[in-house]
Ligand binder design. Structure first.
Ligand code: HEC
Ligand code: HEC
Length: 162
């Protein structure tokens, strides 16, 4: 009887060990396919190399009307701080004649109550909260994002919206 219980306990223990190592293996595999690569969780891997910012004069299509347009030009060294805002030296209403840059949107003059201010609203001051410059890189993780027109086309064709 005693022996039987010992065997049963050992079998349980072996099962538990197998389950844990299986989970660890699965976790390790997820890590390998993730952004951090094969670097173990308790270590910091080498940082990926920085790539240069795209620098074109071609404005990019927005994926839906409310999207903050991405920045087509480089923003390297552009200061946006309490003292100065480099972006506004070209994109402010009064500067567009000289710079030929598109003026900041009219929404950027609205306060949170929808009132139009004479100057840019403080909540739109830090441009890169919403507008981001671009790099030409391979997407680090796959995604299935489609723009709003594709969503509408699918709906019109009777497919499920997804
Ligand atoms: C030297 C002038 C200049 C400065 C400084 C500048 N821009 Fe621009 N920006 C332009 C011009 C001109 C365009 C139009 C595309 C082109 O010709 O490059 C543009 C395009 C853009 C667009 C695309 C607009 C659209 O409708 O697609 C965004 C967004 C933008 N800039 C944001 C910024 C932000 C944010 C900063 C500051 C970090 C900034 N810009 C600084 C001149 C400037
Ligand atoms: C809180 C988010 C946010 C911030 C901060 C912000 N923007 Fe925008 N911006 C948007 C969105 C959203 C749009 C597109 C919808 C719209 O026009 O409001 C836009 C549109 C624009 C456009 C295109 C205008 C046009 O008519 O084509 C320019 C240029 C621009 N922003 C520049 C700037 C600059 C420069 C700053 C900083 C001074 C800034 N934005 C700060 C969200 C933001």
């Amino acid at each position: 009887m005693k022996n039987l219980m010992r065997v049963a306990a050992l079998a349980l223990l072996a099962g538990a060990i197998a389950a844990t190592s299986g989970a660890l293996l699965a976790q390790q595999q997820t890590l390998n396919s993730g952004l951090r690569g094969p670097v173990p969780l308790d270590q910091i891997g080498p940082a990926p190399r920085l790539t240069p910012l795209n620098n074109t004069s071609e404005r990019q299509v927005r994926n839906y009307p409310e999207q903050p347009p991405v920045i087509p030009h480089t923003t390297e060294g552009y200061e946006v701080s309490v003292n100065s805002n480099k972006c506004l030296t070209c994109h402010a209403r009064s500067r567009t004649g000289e710079s030929q840059a598109p003026m900041v949107s009219i929404t950027h003059f609205m306060d949170r109550d929808g009132q139009f201010l004479a100057t840019i609203s403080p909540r739109r001051y830090f441009c890169e909260q919403c507008h981001v410059p671009q790099h030409t890189v391979k997407a680090p993780v796959q995604n299935t994002f489609v723009d709003v027109d594709t969503v509408l086309e699918r709906a019109a064709a009777g497919e499920r919206r997804k």
